[in-house]
Write a protein of this length. Structure first.
Length: 331
């Protein structure tokens, strides 16, 4: 079962990303990757989806309570099986990967130890980042955020995991990205250590707008931005193609198709051969008395006898084999 860890600090947009991604996969016009969620996962995704379509954002994942989501999947490029996705609480991710805490798992609370072990064992890691968290700020918080992101990516690379970086809320920064000369220039400038250690060497980076239509909402004395019902998403498909290929690459190869056991056919062939040999000739009397004599001739009926013997013996042995295999499976 492929395990996927969604990793990002609090407020990066992990919950919205998972919700929109799951809906996108279910609504794609092709059947190359089809998800069938477990009931609890279906309820989680649909609840968040309804929230997004009622001018509100889903709640944050609570610290110490990672969300465990599971699907059955089928796909031409990814085989079939079960898939597990962990929506890791941003506060826990911050605690695990800040100041190299991940090297001292024993000192962590039990919930964070379990989450760190899951991240280490995950087959695929998706790092989710809000670009605004890495724009320089007077309090230096952007430096801490980049250290945490790089520490987490270093940790996964050390264990040879497949991983990528998602830059969420791309629609909000699209003009900024163009102004700075493109996505690579932005990453090289504002995610320097992550870019040098990971992105520059080929780790995929996908800018995605999970919710591409928002509107202002008056909330008391403040105004905040909320999703517009009926919103769309931008940039998901390149990531989906990468995800499908990655899931397919981490699955074990399918078992070879069962080969028919040769011995029933071999035994039946031997019996048929012996029947043919023992009956292929017959002695007939030729001529009339007193000049008659006997001759040995080929008996064509022996072929029919051999063929009949072959199928009877093969059917009996194959039936016995089937019964034995059935009993073994039941036991």
């Amino acid at each position: 079962m492929p395990n996927i860890a969604i990793i990002g600090t609090n407020g990066a947009g992990k919950t919205v990303f998972i919700t929109v991604l799951a809906r996108h996969l279910n609504e794609r016009p092709t059947d190359d990757f089809v998800l069938d969620p477990e009931p609890r996962t279906f309820k989680y995704i649909e609840t968040n989806w309804r929230t997004l379509n009622h001018w509100e954002w889903p709640g944050h994942t609570m610290a110490g309570n990672p969300v465990d989501l599971r699907w059955k999947f089928t796909g031409h490029g990814a085989g079939s099986g079960e898939m597990q996705v962990i929506d890791a609480p941003g506060h826990d991710i911050r605690s695990i990967f800040a100041d190299d805490n991940v090297t001292a798992l024993d000192a962590m609370p039990a919930a964070q130890q379990s989450l760190a072990e899951y991240c280490r064992a995950a087959d695929i890691a998706v790092f989710v980042a809000d670009l605004s968290d890495y724009i320089p700020k007077p309090d230096g918080r952007h430096i801490e955020d980049e250290i945490i992101l790089k520490s987490a990516m270093d940790f996964l690379r050390k264990h040879s995991r497949k991983y990528c970086l998602i830059l969420t809320k791309e629609d909000l920064y699209r003009p900024f990205i163009v102004q700075e000369g493109g996505l690579e220039s932005v990453a090289a400038k504002y995610l320097k250590s992550v870019y040098r250690s990971h992105l520059k060497s080929g780790v995929p980076c996908f800018p995605i707008a999970c919710v591409n239509k928002t509107e202002p909402k008056v909330d008391g004395e403040s105004i905040r931005t909320v999703p517009t019902p009926g919103f769309g998403s931008d940039g998901l498909e390149p990531f989906v193609e990468w995800l499908v290929a990655s899931v397919g690459s981490v699955l074990p190869p399918p078992p070879p198709p069962p080969q028919p056991e040769p011995w029933p056919m071999g035994v039946a062939g031997l019996v048929a051969f012996l029947v043919f040999i023992s009956n292929c000739t017959k002695t007939v009397e030729v001529g009339t008395w007193p000049f008659n004599h006997t001759e040995t001739m080929f008996d064509p009926d022996s072929l029919l006898m051999a063929i009949f013997s072959f199928f009877v013996v093969w059917a009996v042995l194959a039936g016995i084999r089937g019964i034995v295999n059935f009993i073994r499976k039941r036991l």
